[in-house]
Design a binder for this molecule. Structure first.
Ligand code: AMP
Length: 299
């Protein structure tokens, strides 16, 4: 039985950073999220790819025991072309070729409809909403997005936010979506829309958790070797919900632990291009860095 349903993009990414570049590497929000979640829980993935999608990438996902029965194949795979300058906290998009994503309509397979934990990873908010319409009362829903959808589908995005338990945003997106430079103000505006918690990711500077009465601030991990931050937000989200689905404890205290696990997996992800680091990551690497995080915070 799958613990988590993840809907998002499965992509071919062309990425350039000051430390190198890759062309048409495996990427996408659902890819990173389900990979990261797989260290803790079993996920089923809903997305679309094209006929050009390399078989070896499918094998990589299967190796992590990710259920791919909800992966449609039609047309050409979604392609994202982006780059980073020396401030690696901000991805700049050169090209977004939606391809088969443009006409993609979610159809949640019958056997997924009762899954209790849902991650609406970054994808068209209309498809995030449609997923929730088809699900049979999920218990816990986490959602992520990005500036592309804030610019193009803001109304649907706000409608989706009203229906989730936890909203993930990075700091730039939070400022843009709520038209404020102040992150506390942005988080409070988001909480007023309905989510019980808002997590603002600040790249290498850590993450902030806002709930109605509490605030938690997780540090960033002091990484000396950063090659490519693509997928850090998605792997943060995947590990976060993966840990919560495993422990089945949705207290604020456990959210804090889940955020640190999210930060651990995301920080590893940035150490190499695409999924190259996560492919070789082990649970003992994760637990080792989790302890370092505890140590960073002790005084
Ligand atoms: P992040 O975790 O924010 O670095 O997300 C990076 C991933 O987002 C890349 O692997 C891209 O394929 C994917 N991506 C880029 N643009 C979009 C978009 N408009 N919608 C959904 N996913 C996207």
């Amino acid at each position: 039985m799958n613990d988590i349903l993840i809907i998002g993009t499965v992509a071919l990414d062309s990425i350039e950073t000051p430390f190198g570049k890759v062309k048409k590497a495996l990427g996408g929000s659902a890819t990173y999220a389900s990979f990261a979640a797989s260290f803790f829980s079993k996920s089923a993935l809903i997305s679309v790819i094209g006929n050009d999608f390399p078989k070896e990438y499918i094998e990589l996902l299967k190796k992590r025991n990710i259920d791919l029965n909800g992966l449609k194949i039609t047309g050409k795979t979604f392609h994202w072309d982006g780059f980073y300058e020396y401030d690696m906290n901000e991805a700049k998009t050169r090209k977004t070729e939606l391809n088969s994503l443009e006409h993609f309509k979610v159809e949640v397979p019958e056997k997924y409809k009762k899954i209790k934990y849902v991650f609406l990873a970054n994808i068209d908010p209309e498809q995030q909403l449609e997923t929730l319409r088809q699900m049979n009362k999920p218990y816990f829903v986490v959602m992520d997005t990005m500036n592309f959808w804030i610019n193009n589908k803001k109304k649907s995005l706000i409608d989706a936010i009203k229906k989730v338990d936890v909203l993930l945003l990075n700091d730039g997106e939070a400022r843009q979506l709520f038209s404020t430079i102040n992150l506390v103000n942005a988080a409070n505006q988001a909480l007023r829309l309905g989510p019980k918690a808002v997590i603002i990711k600040k790249g290498e500077h850590g993450a902030l958790l806002f709930t109605k009465n509490k605030h938690f601030n997780a540090p960033g991990y002091p990484l000396e070797n950063i090659k490519d931050p693509t997928g850090c937000g998605d792997s943060f989200g995947g590990a976060f919900i993966g840990y919560l689905a495993k422990t089945k404890d949705l207290s604020e205290r456990n959210f804090r632990k889940a955020i640190v696990y999210g930060s651990v997996v995301a920080s590893h992800n940035a150490e190499d291009f695409g999924l190259n680091r996560l492919k070789h990551l082990t649970m003992s690497d994760i637990e080792k860095r989790y302890k370092e995080f505890q140590d960073i915070r002790e005084f």
